[in-house]
Write a protein that binds this ligand. Structure first.
Ligand code: FAD
Length: 469
């Protein structure tokens, strides 16, 4: 009698407690991935990346005697159908923390339990589950530093080892064709340009982590703010699909920290920002959709996502080099340097006085490392409407930021072709990635700023003062 393992964003063999428990039961294991209703809302890039991740994990599972059983439809119905088709008496999964996922999983759990199925969920995707960390006064944390202080000494459960082999059922239930999923959404941009920037799967994630620990960690604190340098781990995409777990990264970093490795503490602290984002999303889920600080409701933000300034922002032709370079980096590589994210988010919400949710949605459509919790926290931080956010009067000057963090102009030249006699390959590749309808050419003159750093700042500050902030 088989056990079903419902895979979600945990496409890995190592430290996958649901999979490990299924293997330990000694019964045949059926790993299932369901493109369900929750996936209808996924943006183009995360949807595409997740599908590639599932296809990759299927290949990995086939090497250990198993596969991914892929189905499209309602998770609730499909799991019940699979129980009927296979006679499975157990369903295991690793917990997810988005409010809609929590509701879905809770309902499914109670339905299946009513049918007499053994349903077990496991902690696999965070180091610290949100309800296990609470302030002395009760409730969740709202400020990062005390959160960090309270978790940094906690012990994190050991990573479950990867099973060497999975026992398969005699007959596999019928699967849907993975290609049917691709047909539902299409990346509107040159996938052949973006594809080489992806690194898929668990093994690639571990190689990244090891290379980073060996060569990158010691320069991390100094280099992580310089967007032209590959000074960060680049693990966000693997984390978003669960190809490596935060616990695995934690244990590797913690051991180095204990050994006194330079940069290890800073790196773990960044990893804990992701934990903090999940903590906030769990305790105050309105962070995903509403101004976390209610006094921002009614602020006269532009709400029109077709406004010419917003289109220029999305297309990387605002005439502000840091903003345009970063927006193009995201369009070509699927990711954007953290400093770039802060600058473009600040420029959209402050200089262009546009609702942060417009930017949040664009990121959700373009980022291959899209993460609902980190994205919402990052946007509310930049706009000033979030917990522990940049105060409204801290308006980044994107020109000074460029001087400070791109002193040799490498990042700018790497992404902006216009005005260069011999543009770099990366800068040119942007024009292969964008739709023709954007009507941009490398040979065009570089645009003058749609809203200058000084004017935007003045306008934003005046609006804040009018609101009595
Ligand atoms: P490293 O510097 O190597 O850090 C290691 C890991 O720590 C990262 O992979 C990530 O999981 C975590 N981390 C680091 N910085 C942050 C942070 N500020 N917030 C949360 N987690 C962090 N990150 C996403 O993963 N997905 C998103 O959709 C996302 N949207 C963002 C939107 C905005 C407006 C901003 C300001 C930040 C956003 N971030 C997001 C956070 C951050 O920019 C990325 O996690 C980071 O750039 C990933 O690069 P890395 O893996 O090389 O990071």
């Amino acid at each position: 009698i088989p056990v079903l393992v419902w895979l979600r964003r945990d496409l890995r063999l190592g430290d996958n407690p649901a999979l490990a428990a299924a293997v330990a039961s000694g019964r045949p294991v059926i790993p299932v991935f369901i493109a369900d209703e929750m996936m209808q809302d996924l943006g183009a890039a995360p949807d595409w990346r997740l599908k590639l991740g599932v296809a990759h994990f299927d290949r990995v599972l086939r090497q250990v005697g198993s596969r991914v059983l892929f189905r499209i439809g309602s998770a609730r119905q499909i799991l019940q159908q699979l129980v009927a088709e296979t006679g499975a008496t157990g369903i295991y999964w690793n917990r997810a923390y988005h409010p809609d996922e929590i509701t879905r999983d809770t309902n499914i759990k109670s339905d299946l339990k009513a049918l007499g199925i053994e349903v077990k969920s496991f902690p696999g995707n965070l180091c610290f589950e949100p309800w296990t960390v609470a302030k002395g006064s009760g409730g969740g944390y709202r400020v990062f530093t005390p959160f960090w202080r309270s978790v940094r000494q906690l012990s994190v459960a050991a990573s479950a080892p990867a099973p060497a082999q999975l026992r398969s059922p005699q007959d596999w239930p019928k699967a849907d064709d993975l290609q049917l999923w691709a047909a539902r959404h299409r990346m509107g941009r040159g996938v052949s340009v973006v594809r080489p920037y992806l690194s898929l799967g668990e093994q690639a994630a571990w190689e990244r982590l090891e290379t980073f620990c060996d060569d990158g960690l010691s320069g991390y604190s100094a280099g992580r703010d310089i967007p032209s340098r590959p000074a960060t781990s680049g693990l966000s995409e693997a984390l978003a699909c669960g190809e490596i777990s935060a616990r695995q990264i934690w244990h590797r970093g913690r051991a180095l920290w204990q050994d006194g490795a330079v940069g290890a503490e800073t790196f773990l602290k960044q990893l804990v920002w992701r934990e903090f984002a999940y903590h906030l999303m769990f305790h105050e889920p309105h962070i995903l959709t509403r101004n976390w600080r209610q006094e921002w409701d009614g602020f006269p933000w532009n709400q029109d996502d077709q406004h010419p300034d917003v289109i220029a922002w999305k297309q990387g032709r605002t005439g502000i080099a840091f903003v345009d370079a970063a927006m193009r980096e995201m369009y070509v590589t699927g990711r954007m340097h953290n400093r770039g994210r802060m600058i473009v988010a600040s420029y959209l919400s402050k200089h262009l006085m546009t609702d942060w949710r417009i930017g949040q949605r664009w990121f959700a459509d373009c980022l291959t490392d899209w993460d609902p919790a980190s994205n919402a926290m990052g946007w509310q931080w930049a706009a000033g409407s979030g917990p522990d956010a940049a105060p409204y009067f801290r308006v980044f000057n994107p020109e000074l930021q460029l001087k400070k963090f791109d002193p040799d102009g490498r990042y700018r030249r790497g992404w902006i072709a216009e005005g260069q006699a011999e543009p770099s390959e990366t800068a040119l590749s942007y024009f292969d990635a964008i739709p023709k309808s954007w009507n941009m050419r490398a040979g065009n003159p570089y645009p003058t700023p749609i809203v200058s750093a000084a004017k935007g700042r003045e306008r934003a500050l005046a609006a804040y003062q009018n609101r009595g902030f």
